[in-house]
Design a protein around this ligand. Sequence first.
Ligand code: ADP
Ligand code: MG
Ligand code: MG
Length: 212
Amino acid sequence: GGPLGADWAVDWVRRSAATVAEHRVELITLDREIGDGDHGENLDRGFGAVLGKLDSVAPDATPGDVLKLVATTLISTVGGAAGPLYGTAYLRAATSVGSEAELDSAAVAKLLEAARDGIVARGKAESGDKTMIDAWTPAVEAAAAEAGRGASPAEVLAAAADAAAAGAEATEPLVARKGRASYLGERSRGHRDPGAQSSAYLLRAAADAAAE
Ligand code: ADP
Ligand code: MG
Ligand code: MG
C-alpha cells in the first residue's frame, strides 16, 4: 500500500500489453460496430512494441522515464485516433510526475488528471461524447476523491479502474459526437465505445500492478 516506483510503472506496461492482447478481438469487434475495426490491432501492436523496449529501461529509471517511453512508442506505432490520444496522455502523465522516484496518492491522482487533460487537449471531446474521455473523467474524479480521503496509491488506482469500467459501460446508450463513430450519428447508440473500454482495461492494469 506504499508509494509507487518505476517497478510499478514497468509492471503497468507488462499488464497493459497482456490485457490488450487478451482483449484484442473484443476491442476489434467493438470498433467494427461503430468504427473501422482496428482499435484492438492498433493497441496490441503499440503495447507489444513498448514491451520490446522494456529491456532498455535503465536501472535507475523513474516512473516518469517509463511513462515517457510508453508515450513515444505509442505515438510512433499505434496510429489512428488512439495513437496520438494515448501518446499525449502518457506524455502528460510523465510530465506530471517529473523526476520523482516514488509516487504517493496525490501524485497518482494528479498523473491521471494530467493524462485525461492531455486527451482533451488533443481530441477536444467533452463528457458524454462517447469517447475514451467517458472512462477517464470518472476515473480522475474517483481517484481525486480517494486521494483526498487519505487512501493508498493502490486504492486510488482501484477506484479509478472501477469508475473507468462503469464509465465505459455507460457509453453504450450514448450517441457519438467525436471520432469515426460520430459519422454514424444515431446508429452509434447501443454500442460500447472501444476507446473507453481499452482505457478501462489500461487503468485496471495500473491498479493490478499497484496491488502486488
Ligand atoms: P480510428 O478511429 O482512427 O480507427 P482507433 O480505432 O484506434 O482510431 O480509436 C478509436 C477510439 O478513439 C474511439 O473509440 C474513441 O474512444 C477515441 N477517440 C476518437 N476520437 C476522439 C476524440 N476526439 N477525443 C477522445 N477520444 C477519441
Ligand atoms: Mg478504429
Ligand atoms: Mg483506424
